[in-house]
Design a protein around this ligand. Sequence first.
Ligand code: ADP
Ligand code: ASP
Ligand code: MG
Length: 598
Amino acid sequence: MSLIVQKFGGTSVANPEMILAAARKAIRAQQQGNQVVMVVSAMGKQTDQLVDLASQITDRPSAREMDMLLSTGEQVSVALMAMAIHSLGYQAVSLTGAQIGIRTDASHTKARILSISTDRLQHLLDQGNIVIAAGFQGIDENMNITTLGRGGSDTTAVALAAVIRAQSCEIFTDVDGVYTTDPRLLPEASMLEQISYDEMLELASLGASVMHNRSIEFAKKYGVPIHVRSATSDAPGSWITSQPCPSERPVCGAALTKDEARISVLGIPDEPGMSLQVFSAVAARQVTVDMIVQNISEQGHADLSFTVPCNELETALAAIEEALASLGAGRVTYDEHVCKVSVVGLGMAEQTGVAEKMFAILAAHDINIQMISTSEIKVSVLVDQDAAIPALRAAHRAFELEQDLPRRLTGPPPGAVVADAADVAEQLQEIGMEELVLDDITLDTTQGRVTISGLPDIPGVATRVFHEIAAGGIVVDMIVQGHDSHAEDASLSFTVPREHVAAAAEIAERLSQEFSCRGVSSWSDIAKLSVSGVGLRSNTRVAVRTFRALAKAGINVDMVSTSEVRVNVVVDGSSGSRALESLRKAFADRLQGTDAGN
Ligand code: ADP
Ligand code: ASP
Ligand code: MG
């Protein structure tokens, strides 16, 4: 018998009528011959109200008690849903996360799922029940209730779909599907009929809150097809599977992270292991770090900039202060008035010029870019918060994302199910379902690097640089621009094929003089190492492990860029093979299907 998981978000169960409507959908799916597991979120804004209640008692509620409080929202809605199904004459049983056996680690308010037992669930399904699971919660080894982080019911749903080998996971929500960007921010956004796991993972972690990013990690690792659709209609929505959207567009979507803060750590000694000290301190407190940029050292010092979610700024700053105190050097500056605008698309890997186009459109709107970080399938820029919507709109329009694509699908896209996912599933139930899975670690010695320091902090510089480089017929790979707050300027580094380093440096030199920059430096002998896998950015430990492995081998990191599917580091060319060796050793326990993993 086929199995299906249906998840209903908060706005889709906001009142008794909507609960009854959701119950009818589940009953219909059962009548069509499926065993049905429902995953339900707290009603409407219930979770926000509980958060607010806690804040009226204390500014610093204990994380354990917060989980105890927030998990009640879902307990209410699952019980009401079971009653609704009973009232319609069908069998249903509601279960909390603990009753299902969703074991998590003990990191309250952002717990990760370790394992899920399926016995009770399967037994209840076999007896003809619709099983209603409370979303967003689990239990740690000491029987403490944990929650998975805001929006975490999606993750419960996909994780359950993974362990019971459901045919698909339907996400019923208050939009018709996945759009090219949040349609509440840009009404001109268009709906996507299908999107790949990698693209959705990237978009979700860069601000597309329609899906909890960790749910997509599950979907990709376990090969679960996801169908995001409207709770109030029967219209088909968007499929998230291994298959990308068949479109010529290099970009499939744009996202905005509004509540981002930039942190710069200035004047740390430019020696192997120094970045590590800062990162491990931040990562130890489970802060999600993004847009890591290490500026090339001047007078033996390095400046390190990165972004963190605003609500984790205080924790990150405390961790850094501690790390700097033990280093006996460096100081911190930060800016909370920034936001991150990103464009994402698998097509970028084949089509050049995406980053250049993004910089050009922002310059045309007089928007200053404070930081840049590019990876194979995304370009992120940091801009002032006041420019958030204009920047998002400009990027969305530049890639013609408002244009509807023709609808072709009548069911899941062909080839959506990943055949070997079952093996991964077995293995991960043992070590922890959300554990890191890496595909490969590679070394690229075909590139060189150009760095322009002391770029003035004004709109239009990045676009001029990449316009001229492209006009010279040179293809740029990695781009990072850091914010240099002590000098109120920035430093921009990029990699190009080795044979083009001299030409690129010449162009950079000309522009450096025109813009009165401090200078240009170039290296034709660099090594780029890429660690690829699933959910790497949300797993801050990957960056830390990378830095640690390189520091241990005495290798300095010159450039870093991270995405959900890849962490790239650039080191001196002469250290390339040693760096590869040390990374393979450091990640041996997480590498799939390579010698290191066996
Ligand atoms: P639920 O309560 O059903 O989980 P959420 O509020 O978490 O719903 O997610 C749905 C919301 O996600 C939409 O109302 C929309 O505003 C927002 N959203 C953000 N980015 C996107 C996107 N790219 N496509 C669709 N919706 C998006
Ligand atoms: N109720 C939780 C929240 O509001 C979980 C969820 O809705 O996914 O974040
Ligand atoms: Mg949600």
